[in-house]
Design a protein around this ligand. Structure first.
Ligand SMILES: CCCCCCCC/C=C\CCCCCCCCCCCCCCCC(=O)SCCNC(=O)CCNC(=O)[C@H](O)C(C)(C)COP(=O)(O)OP(=O)(O)OC[C@H]1O[C@@H](n2cnc3c(N)ncnc32)[C@H](O)[C@@H]1OP(=O)(O)O
Ligand SMILES: Cc1cc2nc3c(=O)[nH]c(=O)nc-3n(C[C@H](O)[C@H](O)[C@H](O)COP(=O)(O)OP(=O)(O)OC[C@H]3O[C@@H](n4cnc5c(N)ncnc54)[C@H](O)[C@@H]3O)c2cc1C
Length: 664
């Protein structure tokens, strides 16, 4: 019997080659094939089942995570999966675990900040998971301000050791994932003290638990910090606390690529910039940008499929009601998010390239592109995660009441996603880093130093400060050069206006603090420009497949023009466009929504997400939403009995009280 497909008609409407779009989304045919294989492998494995996750107690959820991690590791070894495939497996298993920190931060920290001897000693054990590590930076009292950390690592020349100590309550390590219950080791960030002098924060490899009995080593207090937001979600992670009571480690466990301590206790700063101590964060921020497009695509896929199934109002002559996806308001809320998912995908690809490039340069001791890599990873991490977190909530609302059901998949997705706005750098703090970088770039204009990379447009400040947008009709907004120039002009004008305002303060730091809300807006304008320009660059590539490029052009225009509409105040106030040109952009946007509409379902099919990964009844591939919702309701433990537990003790006495009150 042919399987039912409630979206069949929608799928027939598509005006492009779906298989080719799947390849564009995956990045290459090879990526597509690998990803498809791994997704199916995970979906068909009962150990990776996750539909009962939000019902588990914390302890059961944690044990389930350990079981999944052990099983995943076995599959990785048995099937000889590459690191790339293992990472895909991690995504599709879709359960935050200590393994994220081991592979995503502990190993990269040793690789980036360790010497070759340290690599030889620690990496083989870490790669085989004979030791499991975490990244212990944040403390109870300080997270954003890394220079404010209080844990000390005092060198003792007599024993050639560091003495690690937590001098205050606020110096307790607090938050590191994988620390609470699993990690045997950690890269611990602590103030280095030699000869009574404080040399700032450095990384140290510290063993925390015995490799035979898993008990904390002497002087170490370690545990989990407790339940976090939502059910299921990030509670599979053992975010931990850690205190040291004069714990001794050998000198060669300080990560010594950036600075060294000699046998005599002399502190030596190498040529490598001290910011490399922050290098692991740059790496992870880059991965978070790629992950943002996945989370956003997932929420959008659920909301789009459901919007095509759901009907409300407008039945004529007894015919069907209107699909909610046909309401213009639904389209104006949903389609920009669909376009953003594609935009973030492409900027994520580009950022990966940028990161690989800067890593190769760093290996050759070329540090010239590090500031830009820091600004791009910080800014794009901030922008993409903030948009995605808000978008998941918007998708929940787009699904009406059923979006609030746990089995819509959206509540857990929201709960698991929102900490990305905080971890790996609070999003506002990171935007302020971008703003600093931009203000520095502006201050160097005219000095002969030509801005390069993502700030190259500032080199054309003279033109961009006075250019006039030439749009006369709505369709003029479809010209890539017109869009790009409007975004460049807005970004440079906002930057230069802020730089001028800063110049009025006698103390630049006071000015920076006072103007920080405006500086955040400047950083956002710059980041939006990067995303728009990388989408436009993507369209310069040869993109095969009937109608594929055309759809991407439509999405790129939707992405750019919805931003223009949303931030119209900036564009008009800086004189980049007139209010009338803003209205024409909005008119064009409406026309673009009509072009997205017949392709909407196919555009989310292109993500190639399995029903297992989506974890949503509303987003299921066949669209058989109502039957599944009805069946699922009966599986709730509350429906195990017709009369609930507690009826006799609590309900019945209330229900019967009218007899007593009636007697009063
Ligand atoms: C069950 C399933 C099982 C599956 C099993 C599968 C097995 C899998 C196998 C393989 C898979 C592979 C997996 C990969 C996984 C990847 C996933 C990873 C997920 C990770 C999850 C992450 C969790 C979160 C972790 C954390 O949160 S860690 C803590 C993060 N903390 C922060 O981000 C702190 C933020 N604060 C700062 O960054 C800084 O303090 C500050 C704000 C930048 C200020 O610093 P400071 O005061 O020192 O600086 P400034 O004075 O402001 O600036 C000085 C100059 O330095 C420049 N600067 C600053 N930062 C940097 C930088 N990072 N890089 C370069 N330069 C920097 C700054 O610009 C200044 O420059 P100047 O020129 O102006 O002087
Ligand atoms: C789920 C989760 C997992 C984590 N995993 C790890 C881990 O594995 N390892 C680890 O070391 N850490 C981890 N962390 C900690 C995380 O990195 C920090 O919480 C994060 O860097 C934010 O720092 P904070 O908590 O000190 O926030 P705060 O800096 O205290 O932020 C509080 C508020 O102050 C504002 N603010 C702070 N400074 C400024 C400023 N200069 N200007 C303007 N506004 C400012 C912020 O915008 C925010 O609104 C994790 C956190 C979470 C939530």
């Amino acid at each position: 019997m042919e399987a039912l497909d409630y979206h069949a008609e929608e799928r027939r409407k598509a005006e492009f080659n779906l298989d080719e779009m799947k390849i564009v989304w995956a990045g290459s045919r090879r990526n597509y094939e690998l990803s498809d294989r791994v997704a199916r492998l995970v979906a068909s494995d009962p150990v990776f089942r996750k539909d009962n996750r939000t019902m588990l107690t914390r302890k059961d959820l944690f044990k389930d995570t350990l079981r999944k991690a052990a099983h995943a590791w076995k599959r990785i070894i048995d099937l000889r999966l590459s690191e790339e495939e293992a990472n895909m497996l991690r995504s599709y298993v879709d359960q935050p675990a200590f393994t994220d920190l081991h592979w995503g931060m502990f190993i990269p920290a040793i690789k980036g900040q360790g010497t070759s001897e340290q690599h030889e000693k620690w990496l083989p054990m870490a790669y085989k998971m004979q030791i499991i590590g975490c990244y212990a930076q944040t403390e109870l009292g300080h997270g954003s301000n890394v220079q404010g950390l209080e844990t000390t690592a005092t060198f003792d020349p007599q024993t050639d050791e560091f003495d690690l100590h937590s001098p205050t309550l606020t110096s307790s390590k607090w938050w590191p994932g994988g620390l609470g219950k699993v990690s045997t080791h950690a890269v611990v960030y602590a103030r280095l003290i030699t000869g009574g002098q404080d040399h700032g924060v450095h990384g140290f490899i510290v063993q925390l638990r015995g490799l035979d009995d898993h008990l904390p080593l002497p002087g170490i207090t370690v545990g989990d910090i407790g339940m976090k937001f939502g059910s299921g979600a990030y509670n599979s992670m053992d975010n931990g606390l850690l205190r040291f009571d004069h714990v001794r480690i050998p000198r060669n466990q300080m990560l010594m690529r950036v600075s060294q301590v000699t046998r005599e206790g002399k502190f030596v700063q190498s040529d490598v910039p001290r910011q490399l101590v922050y290098g692991t964060m740059v790496y992870v921020r880059q991965t978070i940008v790629s992950d943002a497009s996945c989370a956003l695509a997932r929420a959008v896929c659920i909301a789009t499929r459901y919007s095509a199934v759901r009907r409300q109002f407008g039945s004529q002559n007894g015919g069907p009601e209107i699909q909610v996806i046909d309401y213009k308001t639904q389209q104006s809320r949903l389609f920009p998010l669909l376009a953003s998912a594609y935009a973030f995908r492409f900027v994520g690809e580009w950022l990966k390239w940028l990161y690989t490039d800067v890593t190769q340069r760093l290996q050759a001791n070329d540090f010239s592109t590090l500031p830009e890599a820091h600004a791009c990873t910080a800014g794009l991490k901030s922008m993409t995660t903030s948009v995605t977190a808000d978008a998941i909530e918007e998708c929940r609302k787009l699904c009406g009441g059923h979006g609030y059901l746990s089995n819509s998949g959206l509540p857990e997705l929201f709960a698991v996603y929102i900490p990305t706005c905080t971890y790996e750098g609070d999003n506002v703090v990171l935007l302020l880093q971008v703003a600093r970088f931009l203000m520095k770039t502006v201050s160097q204009l005219g000095s002969g130093k030509k801005p390069v990379g993502t700030t190259a447009y500032m080199g054309r400040a003279e033109h961009l400060m006075q250019c006039r947008c030439e749009v006369e009709m709505a369709q003029d907004w479809l010209k890539p050069s017109t869009i790009l120039e409007a975004f460049e002009a807005r970004a440079v004008r906002m930057s230069i206006a802020c730089a001028k305002s800063l110049g009025k303060f006698s103390n630049p730091e006071d000015g920076f603090a006072e103007l920080s809300p405006d500086l955040v807006e400047v950083a956002i304008a710059h980041c939006q420009l990067i995303v728009v320009s990388k989408f436009l660059e993507k369209l310069q590539q040869d993109i095969p497949g009937k109608g594929v490029k055309r759809q991407l052009e439509i999405l790129c225009n939707v992405y750019a023009l919805h931003l223009l509409h949303k931030h119209l105040g900036d564009f008009v106030a800086t004189g980049c466009i007139t209010p009338n040109q803003g209205a024409l952009a909005n008119e064009q946007l409406r026309l673009l929504y009509a072009q997205v509409r017949p392709n909407a379902i196919a555009l989310v099919d292109a993500f190639n997400y399995t029903d297992h990964y989506l974890g949503s009844i509303l987003g299921c591939y066949d669209g058989n939403v109502y039957q599944k919702l009805y069946q699922e309701a009966w599986k709730d433990p509350l429906n195990d009995t017709v009369v609930p537990d507690g009826y006799l003790e609590y309900l019945r006495p209330i229900l019967k009280q009218h007899i007593r009150t009636a007697r009063l």
